[in-house]
Structure formats: structure tokens, C-alpha cells
Design a protein around this ligand. Structure first.
Ligand SMILES: [Zn+2]
Ligand SMILES: [Zn+2]
Length: 434
């Protein structure tokens, strides 16, 4: 047979393998636990959506939709897209299932892959992962405050202390157009002094100038008028109420009047959390209020607020800090010597596994030395040895792989013996989620 060429993963995508996935699971478990504490429910929407959903929400002329989104024509001619983000999907589902009729606020979270065909570079993938949450059905500032408090708790649980919460209000359809006019005038006076991108943005979407990361532009951008001086009374009251409540909740924040979101449907609260671990410019997450999105997608007026965390980068930060450990690996390896020892070995493995211990055993007859080698390679904490002598005496050898210490333990006591030494933290499933 001719040698077949190897098939590789699609460019810009990657396989996540154990044991690295152990940390992903820990982070996701922590997120689920924190979200549950704030009474968020999980929503799982399809990865495939009508392409039009994102053209209408994210915007038909944005880079995401024009350059990065994976779109294709299905066999029946329908234009489909791999979702580049999930907020639009969540709002679509909210409308489609009439969740607004439930007479209460909907608090939803998601964890899953998103797709954007970006230029491949370190830490950026074309299939990337996000954890996000959305609260739909109320514009109460208390919701914004609770969401931010929840985020701070989550980052704390992940060991990411010392994060900075940057907070702004981007106004609404009453006050923002006025501000944009003021901004446009100020930008006209700076013509030719800002970077090329900014000059283009000054004409098309002046708010995005505030977003510019070019170092040389910063002194000029700092001189531009602040949106916080141009909020209407309602937006100002909303923002003040939010800040007061953050104070009550002990959530620290910094005002960031240049923090904007480029899309028109964003209103009022906008925020970003940065971590020094990822470098000063690097946000761990961003989010904000989007009171007009539901209507944009053909739904009823339904104010909403949400955030998305880039999981790929979050994991890098969690790894760098090293506070959160991956789920524990292998607790016990069982080495059986001779066919007669296999049934009791299986019996012990089953007993320990039913108690949620992570257990591995030889699948084929092996010499003791080889079994111990395997056990140590797999990182087992203890190896239980069952050979002819052990069968005869009814006492198994239990070897502590770290210290090399070995002890004879009556067969029926092995579970209890291990429990005393390893403690309850060494379950295959972490305590989380129980
Ligand atoms: Zn610029
Ligand atoms: Zn306003």
C-alpha cells in the first residue's frame, strides 16, 4: 500500500490534550460553580447560525463579519456561519423561545468554541474558546453591579488577584450622538496628527479613535472630550447608581472614559478587566450593556448586559500565576502478578473507582518492575501490589510512590488506608460539582 500523507489539524486550530485539559476543566468548573452561586443557568446554542444573525448584530461592515467570519452556503442554499461570538446567538434564542415572557430577568451563561479566521499568531486561534454570561430583561444598575461582583469573584477563585476593573458609561441613543458630534469637532482640529487608522475612524466611527492602541496617539487621545461629561441625566443617574453599588459590594474599579465599544447597540455600562500577568494592554475580558440588541434582531425591547472571557488567554494567565492546580491525576495503580491475582485486582479497582478514585491497572500480565515503572510514569500516588504471596496472606503491599515506603495492608482495609493517606482531595472528580 502506498504511504498515505498525514492529515493535520486545520491551520489556526489546535488539539487540547491531557494532562493540559485538566486545567481547562478546573477553570470551567470554577466558572460553573461561581455562575451557579449567582443563579445563572447554562445555555447551549448551536455553533452554526444563519450568517445574517451576525451581519445584523455584530454589523455587516465590521472586520469580524467581512473578513474573519467563516461563512458558507449550505447544500440547500442557506448562508450559514460558524459563530464568531455568542451574544447574538443567546439573544436570538431568547427571542425565539419567548424567554422574555417568563416575567423575570434571564441570567444565562455559556462555555464553548467560537470561530474567526484571524491571521495566525501566538495565542490567537481560529477556533478559540469563550466563557460568557448575559443578563436579559432589565436595565437596573444593580444587575450591572452584580455581574461585575461575580466576575471579580471568579477571577479571585482562579488565583488572578490584582486585576484592574476599568469602567465607563458610553451613554445611549439620547446622549451619545451629541457626544459623537463634539468628538468629531475635536478630531477635526487634530487632523493629520493621528495614525492612519484613526484618521479613517475619525470620519467613519469617531468613537473607535478612543480605542487606538498606538503609543504616539495617546497624548492626543487623552485631550479629547470625555463622554462622562456628556451623559444625559438618565445615563448619569444609572452610572452613579452602579458606582454606589459597586462601593457597597466592595468591588474596586477605575473610571476609564476612553473605554468604548464600537457598535451602535452598546449602551451605558462598558467594562474591561486587565491583568498584569498578560501585559498592561491586555484585557482578560470585556463586556457591557446592549439595550438595543434584541430589537435589532426582531425581538421586543429587552435590555441586556454581558461579558465574554477569552478562555485561551485566561488559561495562560492562570498557568502563569500557578495558583489553581489541574484536577488531580492518578491516585492508585494496581499491579497484579500472575493470572490468579487478576480477579482480586479488578475487584479492588472497581471498589475504589466506585468511590470516585482515579485508578489504573495492568491490562496484560507484567513483571513487577515494569508495573512500578508504568505507575511512576503515570504519576500514581500509590501502587497496590497483589502477587502470589499477597493472595495467600490476604494482605496487599501498598507502596507510596513518592517516598518509596511500602506497607502490608489487609485486603479489606486498602481503601481506608489510602483514604487516610491521600485525603479526600484525591478523588478523580474534584469536589467541585458535587
Ligand atoms: Zn491611532
Ligand atoms: Zn443618555
Amino acid at each position: 500500500m502506498p504511504e498515505a500523507t498525514k492529515i493535520r489539524a486545520v491551520k489556526g486550530t489546535r488539539d487540547l490534550l491531557p494532562p493540559a485539559t485538566g486545567l481547562w476543566q478546573r477553570v470551567e468548573d470554577e466558572a460553573r460553580r461561581v455562575f451557579a452561586a449567582y443563579h445563572f443557568g447554562e445555555i447551549r446554542t448551536p455553533v452554526l447560525e444563519p450568517a445574517d444573525l451576525f451581519a445584523r448584530s455584530v454589523g455587516a461592515d465590521t472586520d469580524i463579519v467581512t473578513k474573519e467570519m467563516y461563512t458558507f452556503e449550505d447544500r440547500d442554499g442557506e448562508r450559514l456561519a460558524l459563530r464568531p461570538e455568542a451574544t447574538a446567538s443567546v439573544v436570538r434564542a431568547y427571542i425565539e423561545h419567548g424567554l422574555f415572557n417568563q416575567g423575570r430577568v434571564n441570567k444565562l451563561y455559556y462555555i464553548g468554541p467560537m470561530f474567526r479566521r484571524e491571521r495566525p499568531q501566538k495565542g490567537r486561534y481560529r477556533q478559540f474558546y469563550q466563557i460568557g454570561a448575559e443578563v436579559l430583561g432589565s436595565e437596573a444598575p444593580s444587575i450591572d453591579a452584580e455581574l461585575l461582583e461575580m466576575l471579580v469573584l471568579l477571577l479571585d477563585r482562579l488565583g488572578l488577584r490584582g486585576c484592574r476593573l476599568l469602567l465607563n458609561s458610553v451613554g445611549d441613543s439620547h446622549c451619545r450622538p451629541e457626544y459623537v458630534k463634539v468628538l468629531r469637532r475635536a478630531l477635526e482640529n487634530m487632523q493629520g496628527r493621528l495614525c492612519a487608522d484613526c484618521q479613517r475612524r475619525a470620519a467613519t466611527n469617531p468613537l473607535r479613535v478612543l480605542d487606538c492602541k498606538v503609543e504616539a496617539d495617546q497624548p492626543l487621545i487623552a485631550k479629547l472630550p470625555s463622554i462622562l461629561d456628556h451623559l444625559c441625566p438618565e445615563c448619569r443617574a444609572h452610572f452613579e447608581r452602579l458606582q454606589a453599588e459597586l462601593g457597597q459590594r466592595g468591588v474596586k474599579y477605575e473610571l476609564a472614559p476612553r473605554l468604548v465599544r464600537g457598535l451602535d447597540y452598546y449602551t451605558r455600562t462598558a467594562f474591561e478587566i486587565t491583568s498584569d500577568v498578560l501585559g498592561a494592554q491586555n484585557a482578560v475580558l470585556g463586556g457591557g450593556r446592549y439595550d438595543g440588541l434584541s430589537e435589532l434582531l426582531g425581538g421586543p425591547a429587552a435590555p441586556g448586559i454581558g461579558f465574554a472571557i477569552g478562555l485561551d488567554r485566561l488559561i495562560l494567565a492562570v498557568e502563569a500565576v500557578g495558583q489553581l492546580k489541574p484536577q488531580e491525576g492518578l491516585a492508585v495503580y494496581i499491579a497484579w502478578l500472575g493470572e490468579a491475582a487478576l480477579p482480586p485486582a479488578i475487584e479492588l479497582a472497581t471498589e475504589l473507582r466506585r468511590a470516585d478514585w482515579s485508578v489504573e491497572l495492568d491490562y496484560e500480565p507484567a513483571k513487577l518492575k515494569k508495573s512500578l515503572g508504568t505507575a511512576s510514569k503515570l504519576g500514581a500516588r500509590f501502587t497496590v501490589i497483589i502477587g502470589e504471596g499477597e493472595l495467600a496472606s490476604g494482605r496487599y503491599q501498598v507502596k507510596n510512590m513518592a517516598t518509596g515506603e511500602q506497607q502490608e495492608v489487609p485486603a479489606a482495609r486498602v481503601g481506608g488506608y489510602l483514604q487516610e493517606r491521600i485525603g479526600s482531595t484525591f478523588f478523580a472528580r474534584a469536589e467541585i460539582g458535587r
